[in-house]
Structure formats: structure tokens, C-alpha cells
Design a protein around this ligand. Structure first.
Ligand code: PAN
Ligand code: ZN
Length: 194
């Protein structure tokens, strides 16, 4: 039997507790994604910083279940490109997701397999709806950690391979002190792998 439960998100300690799974992604996990490869190698050589933590409550992946959790994305840049999550399509492509921003300042970059793109602001109180078929990636353009609660169907699954290979069509970089959404010159349009 699935039992009701609740967790606490602590906006000062930057965590959700209790949770079923806690995972971290470091700079080395995003190899090939940042534009400035020299800056990437330089940062890596300095000690492979933590980019983000994910706290999740999971289930059995059955129809009707909602997985949910907290992403804590650190501030920083590789060259002029802001820290971001890996980003993914859902393996069950048509599944959607809701993000509710709790702290910080950033954007949700999104794109479809056909290459349509979208970018929604993330700031405390903003809810971002990611419709099915849209790949999604959080980008932190602020000076503080960017925190967001997310909820998605338990059977969604994750396809990271497509983004690892083709990147996102748009990237967010600092230009004269401001974030700018620009074309990714290395974007490699190709069909989703699965
Ligand atoms: C989120 C993301 C989380 C980390 O739970 O998984 O923000 O991003 P990556 O998975 O791209 O590393 C989600 O979108 N789940 O579907
Ligand atoms: Zn997702």
C-alpha cells in the first residue's frame, strides 16, 4: 500500500528531508555541454565543483504516481556560460512536469525534438509548466543558489543521451553583466535517440 507522506524543504539549509534519493552532479558530469571547452578544463582542473543536488521522493513508477523533489543549482559560470542542469527529454516523451521556484533567479530552457525552443523565467513564486515532448534544463543566472520544487509522473523516465549528443539549441551566457539567450553554435540537430 502506498502511504501518504510529507517532507520539509529548508530554504536555508538547501535540502529536502526526508527523501528517498539524494544525488549530486558535478562539473565533470556535464562534459561536452559548456561552450568554452578551455574554461571547462580549467575549472575541472581546479577541483570539479558541485553544480547541483537533487532530492527526490520516488515510488514504484506505477501509473498514477507522482515523483517529486527539490533541485538546488549553485551559482557560477564556465567562461561566460552560467551553471545549468544536464537537461533531458522524458523517456515517455509525452509526460509533463511542473516546477515551482522557491529561491534564486534563473531560467528554464526548453526545446522539442523538432528544435522549437522556449525559455521561461524562474524566480520565487513563479510556476513553470513543461509540457510533454519538451526537453528541459534549469540555468542559474543569479548570485545565490536556485531552488525549485518539481513534480512529474513516476513512469516518465529520463533520456539524457539525446541532449548529451546534440546539446540545447540555445544557451544562456553573460553579456555585459546581463544574461543573454543566444544560439548554440554547436547544436547538432538530430532525431531523438529513442
Ligand atoms: C528534475 C531534474 C533535476 C536535475 O527532477 O531531474 O532538476 O536535472 P537533470 O535530471 O537534467 O540532471 C526533472 O526534470 N525530472 O524529470
Ligand atoms: Zn524532467
Amino acid at each position: 500500500m502506498r502511504l501518504p507522506r510529507s517532507s520539509t524543504i529548508d530554504l536555508s539549509l538547501l535540502l529536502m528531508t526526508p527523501c528517498d534519493e539524494r544525488s549530486e552532479r558535478k562539473l565533470s558530469d556535464l562534459r561536452g555541454q559548456f561552450l568554452d571547452t578551455e574554461a571547462y578544463e580549467r575549472e575541472l582542473a581546479r577541483g570539479d565543483p558541485l553544480l547541483y543536488m537533487v532530492y527526490q521522493n520516488l515510488g514504484h513508477g506505477g501509473a498514477g504516481e507522482l515523483y517529486h523533489g527539490l533541485t538546488v543549482l549553485q551559482p557560477g559560470r564556465v567562461g561566460c556560460e552560467y551553471y545549468m542542469t544536464k537537461g533531458h527529454f522524458h523517456a515517455a516523451l509525452d509526460t509533463s512536469e511542473v516546477y515551482y521556484c522557491l529561491r534564486g533567479k534563473g531560467y528554464m530552457l526548453m526545446e522539442t525534438p523538432q528544435g522549437d525552443t522556449a525559455c521561461e523565467a524562474m524566480a520565487p513564486g513563479l510556476v513553470v509548466y513543461v509540457p510533454g515532448t519538451w526537453a528541459h534544463r534549469m540555468v542559474n543566472v543569479g548570485e545565490d543558489p536556485l531552488l525549485a520544487l518539481f513534480v512529474y509522473p513516476g513512469y516518465a523516465g529520463h533520456d539524457y543521451g539525446t541532449i548529451e549528443q546534440r546539446g540545447f539549441r540555445r544557451v544562456i551566457v553573460e553579456r555585459t553583466g546581463q544574461p543573454a539567450v543566444v544560439d548554440n553554435p554547436r547544436w547538432n540537430r538530430q532525431d531523438r535517440r529513442h
